[in-house]
Design a binder for this molecule. Structure first.
Ligand SMILES: CC(C)(COP(=O)(O)OP(=O)(O)OC[C@H]1O[C@@H](n2cnc3c(N)ncnc32)[C@H](O)[C@@H]1OP(=O)(O)O)[C@@H](O)C(=O)NCCC(=O)NCCS
Length: 178
């Protein structure tokens, strides 16, 4: 059984940086020039980036480990910093959701998303995320959890601008989520 825990130990930043860089490179690396990947990994998947997220009390980081202790997935959430139009003050964001290739398709992504949404719902409303326009699998997953596309957006990978969708999940008037 794969375990999921919210992590607070900054020493785990190196584990997250390794996992983040490996999952991004293996999943999306072929789409970009090597120098853009290198720049992006240095900016967004360094140990310092993850250390800052772990110690930031407005954000949270979850790590999934297999029974042998190997890191096989992670998620990050916090206040929304996306350029979404008319974004309410207290908006939250699912910043990252990754499962290593070998562990995909067995429900771990949905389990991680459950932890993230419970944490975000207790603190923020509405909740946003951004997703690559061609990542149809992830978009299917997010739509099942009530996210809808609200905006087009250009996401920088190094010096490469990628078309992404900003998606939003809004609390319903009944207090339930869509
Ligand atoms: C998206 C992701 C976290 C889902 O994790 P998972 O453990 O494979 O997902 P689960 O088994 O819980 O759920 C399966 C759902 O994930 C989505 N999915 C499946 N394979 C996928 C893939 N290769 N890429 C993206 N999403 C995928 C589908 O919606 C699928 O449901 P479906 O089979 O009914 O269509 C995982 O596939 C992943 O890390 N993909 C690469 C990174 C990524 O796209 N992250 C999201 C960036 S916004």
């Amino acid at each position: 059984m794969i375990s999921i825990a919210e992590i607070t130990d900054p020493a785990l930043a190196v584990t997250l940086a390794d996992l983040g860089a490996a999952t991004f490179s293996r999943t999306f690396g072929h789409l970009y020039k090597p120098e853009d990947v290198r720049l992006f990994l240095t900016e967004k998947h360094s140990a310092k980036t993850y250390r800052d997220l772990i110690i930031d009390n407005q954000s949270a980081v979850w790590l999934a480990r297999d029974p042998g202790g190997e890191a096989v997935g992670y998620a990050v959430a916090g206040p929304c910093r996306l350029p979404a139009p008319d974004m309410p003050d207290n908006s939250g964001e699912l910043l990252r959701l990754y499962v290593s290739e070998a562990a995909r398709g067995a429900g771990l992504g949905q389990r991680l998303l459950g932890h993230v949404l419970a944490w975000l719902e207790a603190r923020y409303d509405p909740i946003y995320l951004s997703v690559y326009s061609q990542n149809h699998g992830a978009q299917r997953l997010y739509k099942r959890y009530g996210f809808e596309k609200v905006h087009d957006y250009l996401f920088m990978v190094g010096n490469h601008a990628d078309p992404e969708f900003i998606m939003k999940r809004k609390r319903q008037s009944s207090g339930e989520y869509a």
